[in-house]
Design a protein around this ligand. Structure first.
Ligand SMILES: Nc1ncnc2c1ncn2[C@@H]1O[C@H](COP(=O)(O)OP(=O)(O)OP(=O)(O)O)[C@@H](O)[C@H]1O
Ligand SMILES: [Mg+2]
Length: 240
């Protein structure tokens, strides 16, 4: 049973306490936001589509030896997860230049990077999620150096697994954002891996299948999200 009051209500998910103190209930809502909440809409089925993708990828990564917070699904839009002390960092891995990278640095959208690049933002909406570096992360006691190294290695391994998988599905994994947390001294991958948190381009046409469809009014975002599930799920996402 979901308690009445969420522990935390984010922009796209609501987090509830569970009867088990080591677990949390995460509900993927139909809310869609962009530009730090400036643009906001609701789309039927959006929560289920992202929860389904997240479940699929968390299980895949767990099977590849990456510890994740995923425990089980309680409903198509509701995931039971291990309760973590979240590390307030957004760990971004980029394979192809797009989005903010092309605004901030002299590189054209679509440029294939020489190697995957990890960049890290400090997760703080009020400060606009500023980019942070290893020295600041250590000196501000956000994470000790050895754990930061571990987080980066995990992020790159996630990239290897996901890039290979998407390639087989005819999709280019352009970039994505991860969040990590700790429980009993161990680092786990938390939050979500969904069409909200990745940039995905069709290998043939370059068409976007991710939140950019919503950000830049490129078409019907739910159709785009369904296209991803159709390509990645063994049953073609029929349960949606
Ligand atoms: N396993 C976990 N244990 C504890 N907190 C978690 C776990 N996984 C994710 N979270 C946190 O739950 C919240 C999920 O809500 P949501 O992603 O909607 O909000 P947000 O991150 O504040 O906003 P946005 O993602 O739009 O910037 C985030 O704060 C995320 O860091
Ligand atoms: Mg979030």
């Amino acid at each position: 049973m979901i308690p009445e009051k969420p522990l935390y209500e984010g922009k796209a998910k609501s987090v509830y306490l569970s009867e088990n103190p080591d677990e949390l209930i995460v509900v993927f809502r139909n809310d869609m936001t962009a530009f730090n909440g400036v643009k906001h809409d609701q789309f039927t089925d959006k929560g289920i589509l992202n929860a389904t993708a997240s479940e699929f990828f968390m299980k895949m990564l767990e099977a590849e030896g990456i510890p994740t917070h995923y425990i089980r699904m309680a409903a198509p839009d509701t995931m039971i997860v291990r309760r973590l002390d979240m590390i307030p960092l957004e760990v971004i891995v980029r394979n192809i230049a797009a989005g903010s990278m092309t605004k901030k640095y002299p590189v054209a959208e679509g440029t294939v990077l020489e190697r995957p690049v990890v960049s890290i933002d400090y997760k703080d909406d009020e400060r606009g999620d500023p980019m942070i570096n290893d020295d600041l992360i250590e000196v501000l006691h956000i994470l000790p150096a050895d754990e930061l190294k571990q987080v980066k290695e995990m992020a790159l391994k996630v990239n290897t697994v996901l890039s290979r998988f998407f390639d087989e599905c005819g999709i280019r994994l352009v970039d994505f954002k991860l969040e990590f947390g700790k429980a009993a001294g161990k680092i786990y991958l938390g939050d979500e891996i969904s069409m909200d948190s990745m940039r995905l381009w069709d290998k043939q046409t370059g068409e976007s299948f991710d939140k950019d469809v919503y950000r830049f009014d490129k078409g019907d975002v739910i159709t785009a999200y369904r296209n991803v599930l159709r390509r990645i799920l063994p049953d073609g996402g029929k349960k949606d």
